[in-house]
Design a protein around this ligand. Structure first.
Ligand code: SF4
Length: 473
């Protein structure tokens, strides 16, 4: 009797490039507004694809983002249908959970599978710029961890990415991001995309932390080609999770003082240096934002390709990087937390694994301690009981909002429904560098959970279990 024939997995050049150690440059294209004529928008995407793929000195592909800053936009899955069929295994598409129910995500996943768009990065999504807290709370945010798990369980060969924001500057905000990323990897993500930023020390910390834990997943750093308009919008907070430090802002203002051409030349050089640095720090690729016309995308990609050749030793890169940035401080405030000493003095820990810095004593107020102890006393097994059980008490003492799945004992007895996006598994990428919420006043619910867990000695347990959403859909 002959063996049953297993159908061969479809080709996936993006996945193969990452596993073969071939540096990848993904150039971002955002899905356009719904008011665009779909045929014309499709033709523009095809022209963009052609320009990016025509670059020969680096391995290029596209990353199609999904309703990144607006709701009035095509879904990336639909828009990416304009990409040439034979190239789709090179590209990556994003799948945003904002304003998207579980059922809609299933339909979008079906559509992605049908179009053979298998390289997918699910994200929970940002608040819509201009949204009030109330409006944001009313939106559905399907959390990326659950979406990754669902896609990984499907029969189609999805190759999934998990995003993280490494630019977090308190120990608890940073660990919240790292723990959530571990959950994404455990849920089925096979590669990582880091949020955009300019602090190379933070990118290196991310690499060191995950390598130190033997989590050798390919990582892609998102970099931005800045324009004056983009700088203004970032400074105005229109790009949640992306921050320009005061020092860096001064440099940008100086670059803008002379001419637009000079500003542009400075941005290209910065991009080249960052891209080359990322490769030397062990990143598997970069994802370039801000180059959304075929001409700019092509120039930026070619220049990045040249820079990858220009710098082939960490020391020569570091010398140029330091002289170019004049050692500008890229952290947003003084006293920022960095996990390791000696970052950017060497690319990799050569002899010994670097020792992480101590987090210090977390500041826990007497009120927080009291509330924690009271909730633990009242609801020790709430996660094993029906969600409605003791609802009134939970409402009084744990700000219960009446969701369908109680997770209190797993989240230091802080209800994650207090997060405006109702994310159960960890902070979103929009969390502010000092740990405040993207949209609500005060500390991010998940930074608070990490802080309490550190005080309580239960930090490692935070990444153990993927928690279900408390939403019914
Ligand atoms: S509480 Fe944290 S995870 Fe929730 S929206 Fe605010 S910053 Fe994001």
């Amino acid at each position: 009797m002959s063996d049953p024939v297993t159908p061969a997995a479809p080709a996936n050049r993006f996945r193969d490039s990452l596993s073969n150690g071939e540096f990848v440059l993904l150039v971002e294209s955002s899905s356009p507004s719904l008011s665009n004529d779909p045929i014309a928008a499709g033709e523009r995407l095809a022209a963009f694809e052609e320009a990016v793929l025509s670059v020969s000195n680096v391995n290029t592909a596209l990353a199609v983002t999904d309703r990144y800053l607006s709701l009035d936009a095509w879904r990336a899955v639909e828009y990416a249908n304009a990409l040439r069929e034979e190239n789709r295994d090179r590209h990556v598409i994003y799948l945003s959970g904002r304003n998207t129910t579980g059922e809609e995500l299933r339909q979008l996943s079906d559509a992605a599978a049908k179009s053979r768009l298998f390289n997918v990065v699910p994200v929970s999504g940002n608040c819509v710029p201009g949204d009030t807290l109330r409006e944001c709370r009313k939106r559905v945010f399907s959390e990326s961890v659950g979406v990754i798990r669902n896609l990984a369980e499907r029969k189609e060969p999805f190759f999934l990415g998990g995003t993280t924001n490494p630019y977090a500057y308190t120990p608890f905000t940073m660990m919240g991001q790292y723990f959530k990323l571990v959950k994404k990897l455990n849920a089925g993500a096979s590669f990582v995309v880091a949020q955009a930023g300019w602090d190379m020390l933070k990118l290196q910390s991310l690499r060191w932390y995950f390598s130190g834990r033997s989590l050798f997943y390919p990582m892609i750093a998102r970099l931005v080609l800045l324009t004056p308009n983009l700088v203004e919008k970032i400074l105005a907070g229109e790009y949640p999770g992306i921050n320009i430090s005061p020092d860096f802002q001064k440099i940008l203002e100086k670059e803008l003082r002379y001419s637009l051409n000079q500003f542009e030349a400075a941005q290209y050089r910065r991009l080249e240096l960052q891209a080359a640095g990322c490769r030397l720090l062990g990143f598997s690729g970069i994802q370039l934002a801000g180059a959304e016309t075929p001409g700019r995308a092509k120039i930026a990609a070619e220049r990045i390709g040249n820079a990858l050749r220009e710098f082939n030793s960490f020391d020569s890169w570091l010398e140029e990087y330091n002289s170019y940035l004049a050692r500008a401080e890229m952290s947003p405030f003084t006293g920022s937390f960095y996990l390791y000493d000696h970052t950017l003095r060497r690319a990799y820990p050569d002899e010994e694994i670097p020792v992480a810095r101590d987090f210090g004593e977390p500041e826990i107020t007497p009120g927080e301690k009291f509330r924690f102890k009271l909730r633990r006393f009242l609801f020790p097994h709430a996660d094993r009981q029906r969600a409605e059980s003791r609802r009134l008490l939970k409402k009084l003492f744990a700000s219960c909002r009446g969701c369908s799945s109680c997770r209190l004992p797993k989240t230091e007895f802080i209800c994650t429904e207090g997060c405006p996006k109702r994310l159960p598994n960890g902070p979103c990428g929009g969390v502010k560098p000092h740990g405040n919420c993207e949209i609500a006043p005060g500390e991010c619910v998940h930074s608070r959970i990490v802080r309490l867990a550190h005080w309580n000695g239960t930090l490692p347990a935070l990444e153990d279990e993927i928690l279900d959403s408390g939403r019914d859909d």
